[in-house]
Design a binder for this molecule. Structure first.
Ligand code: ADP
Ligand code: MG
Length: 694
């Protein structure tokens, strides 16, 4: 293979025009060297190679257009804005600006000719573009369209797209080839180009590049890079697993007495699926190797109990267990359940959350340090610096999708003692398809609980326009007067809103006024912990009949008497989240319903997503459909791993590469170990590199 010489990375400041200040800003993009610039990959492309006649423009299309200004005016439509109407003989278009200067207004005077780029959407008077990129052009000298696709890079404050394009261009011209760590025998497909060629192609697609292919991310150059990126992530997780398991774990031997005691006190029997998962866990815990196991099971399948039974094995072996929940609400509830199960058996359960202070906290910490509390339940506060365990041997992480992978992985450092690693049991209700799971959890063994406890009646889901709120209130009244309880969930309407909890407070007040015969409670994340706890306890005890909440109740809350859930603005929420929320009802013997309220008009995507919720109660099916509709980012959650923010790879689109990525990872670890670290270093952010070698 013929290649130009490979050049060592140099700091970006060697490039013309890059001073210390710009270098600093580039660091925010993870760019320190000229080579990093090459790996700063376009997020997408814009097709400005063609100026679309206004008459051909469609809603939803991102396009370059050109026209003559007919009228520019400043109007008040709720807020001050500037509207500019242009025409090109084939049609009209409105440009809408919410922020503009007097100078801009003058520049868009009648008769001016402009070229603009943006996404067309349907407005009150035909198509419009809000805040287009635009420039004035001379009506007499035609301006050529761009001759190749325009790459759009991940943005950062203070560096414009134009600047980034220029810098990447300089790096391409001056950098030489980058080292290719993939032996050609390992590459998935011999038709894929070499690394340097692939990089050059994606940064500067040639004039005759197949536009559709590139825009859809399926060009061989993109697939070459995606393959390498997926491989780097896979390797990173595999190394992590190796590294953890290179330390010994605690072999937990138990005579099963505690487990038998707990089981005997239950009013029900384990499901087959619970038993199977437990058997796998128990097998792992006996070994002298740290367990790394994920238990995946739909909402309500009974993961908490499986965790408790796993805990008995550690406690019986004389060691400690830590159970970590993503919210205080859930930690409280787990502590209650665990106390109910363990205290009759003489086992102390401690609760540690971030809100405890002073003496009370000191006492809890001491109990943990002295080993007086064999079981410790808490939030991530459990793994802060000053928490010392006496003999931690098992860490259980509940609802792992709500934690970042970083938090999960940092447990390891925390729990290690006497050169031993604690066993890790990770629980999640986000059911993700197999190939995705293999990639996202490449460091974990997986147990699946694919069965719900008997006697559950499926939740009936109804999709309703918000205009029918009165009927909904009526249903709440009926349900509560029959002795059941209800939830009303108000999502954060707009993340940027200053008072996100105001909506919940107002809703609680208006529902309390509309339902004077019911006792209405409110819980949201900003409330003082004691108030939150008090409300939840009273809801648990049935003293509150209608609980108005933000999505804080999404995970774990378990009140079997609650049979009605209303979710406002359901169209704004992810399917995984809706499914989790819906899982709060349908837990008892009474028939339950979930009412999804939406605000019109619904986009067709939103309509389809709500239909998915109506059509199925099966979390795997919801996940699969969500994946089809929205891609894996939503499913895995942005907090999940670097996976959701990969640079070129897309777990859904590139799923066909995954089996070969796995084989390549094995081959590389076995035959090319020296290539592994540089490959990971190139693709996986430092924060995410837990498997760092050396
Ligand atoms: P999740 O898997 O969503 O965490 P939970 O552990 O909260 O589910 O369990 C949901 C409910 O089912 C709880 O009230 C729990 O006590 C109950 N439960 C768990 N296992 C069984 C079982 N085998 N039979 C009947 N009910 C069960
Ligand atoms: Mg749970």
């Amino acid at each position: 293979m013929h290649r130009r010489s490979v050049i060592e990375p140099k700091p970006v400041t060697v490039l013309r025009g890059v001073g210390a200040a710009l270098a600093q800003r580039l660091l925010a993009l993870g760019v320190a060297t000229t080579q990093d610039l090459l790996f700063l990959l376009p997020l997408r492309y814009e097709d400005r190679t063609r100026v679309v006649p206004l008459g051909e423009l469609r809603a939803g299309q991102r396009a370059a257009v050109e026209g003559e200004v007919l009228l520019t005016e400043v109007v008040f439509r709720g807020r001050r804005q500037m509207l500019c109407k242009i025409a090109d003989g084939s049609g009209f278009l409105t440009l809408r600006f919410f922020y503009f200067t007097a100078q801009q207004q003058q520049g868009l005077a009648r008769g001016a000719r402009i070229r603009c780029f943006g996404e067309a959407r349907r407005g009150p008077n035909g198509l419009e573009i809000v805040h287009p990129e635009y420039r004035r052009i001379d009506p007499n000298t035609p301006v050529a369209a761009e001759d190749h696709l325009t790459p759009i890079y991940p943005g950062t404050e203070g560096v414009t797209q134009g600047r980034l394009r220029m810098l990447v261009g300089l790096a391409l011209d001056q950098c030489g080839d980058v080292e290719d760590w993939l032996p050609s025998s390992v590459l998935a497909d011999s038709r894929l180009p070499a690394l340097s060629d692939a990089l050059r192609y994606v940064h500067r697609p040639p004039t005759d590049a197949p536009v559709e292919l590139l825009l859809s991310g399926r060009h061989p150059a993109q697939r070459r890079l995606a393959f390498e990126e997926l491989l780097a992530h896979q390797l990173s997780l595999k190394l992590l697993r190796r590294r953890i398991q290179s330390d010994p774990g605690w072999p937990l031997q138990s005579n099963g007495a505690l487990k038998a005691g707990l089981l005997a006190a239950l009013p029900f029997r384990l499901t087959q699926a619970q038993q199977r998962a437990l058997l796998e866990i128990e097998g792992d815990l006996k070994l002298g190797k740290p367990m790394l196991r994920l238990v995946q099971g739909d909402v309500g399948c009974g993961k908490t109990l499986v965790a408790a039974l796993a805990a008995t094995q550690a406690v019986q072996a004389g060691r400690q267990v830590a159970l970590m929940a993503p919210t205080e609400l859930l930690a409280d509830q787990h502590a209650q359940n665990f106390r109910r199960w363990f205290e009759p058996l003489g086992i102390v359960v401690a609760l540690l959350t971030g809100r405890q202070t002073g003496k009370a906290r000191g006492a809890v910490l001491e109990g943990i340090r002295e080993g007086l509390a064999p079981i410790v339940v808490g939030t991530h506060a459990l793994f802060q610096e000053h928490v010392e365990f006496s003999s931690l041997a098992l860490v259980i992480v509940d609802e792992q999708h709500r934690f970042g992978v970083h938090q999960r992985l940092s447990l390891r450092e925390k729990g290690a003692s006497d050169g031993h690693q604690p066993h890790q049991l990770i629980m999640t209700a986000t059911p993700i398809p197999r190939t995705l799971a293999m990639t996202a959890y490449a460091d974990l063994d997986v147990s699946v609980i694919d069965e719900l406890p008997p006697g559950r009646t499926p939740v009936k889901t109804v999709v309703l326009a918000e205009a029918r709120r009165d009927e909904v209130v009526q249903r709440i009244r009926t349900a509560c007067l029959e002795g059941r309880q209800s939830y009303w969930v108000c999502p954060l309407i707009d993340e940027s809103e200053e008072m996100p909890y105001q909506a919940a407070e107002e809703t609680a007040a208006s529902l309390a006024a509309a339902l004077p015969e019911l006792s209405v409670g409110l819980v949201h994340g900003r409330m003082p912990a004691s108030a939150k706890e008090g409300t939840m306890r009273r809801f648990n005890e049935g003293k509150i009949q209608l609980l108005v909440a933000t999505t804080v109740i999404e995970v774990g809350v378990d009140v079997p008497n609650a049979t009605l859930m209303v979710i406002e603005n359901a169209e704004r929420m992810g399917l995984a989240q809706l499914h989790q929320l819906r899982g709060r009802v349908g837990r008892g013997q009474h028939v339950s319903s979930c009412l999804l309220l939406y605000r019109s008009p619904l986009s067709s995507l939103a309509r389809e997503r709500l239909a998915v919720m109506r059509d199925t109660n099966d979390g795997f099916e919801v996940a699969r459909r969500d994946l089809d509709l929205r891609g894996p980012g939503e499913l895995l959650g942005t907090r999940q791993t670097g996976l959701a923010q990969m640079r070129v790879a897309d777990l859904l689109r590139d799923a066909d590469l995954l089996p070969r990525v796995q084989i390549a990872a094995e081959t590389l670890l076995r035959d090319w170990p020296a290539h592994v670290a540089p490959l990971i270093g190139r693709w996986v952010g430092h924060a995410e590199q837990y498997g760092r070698v050396g």
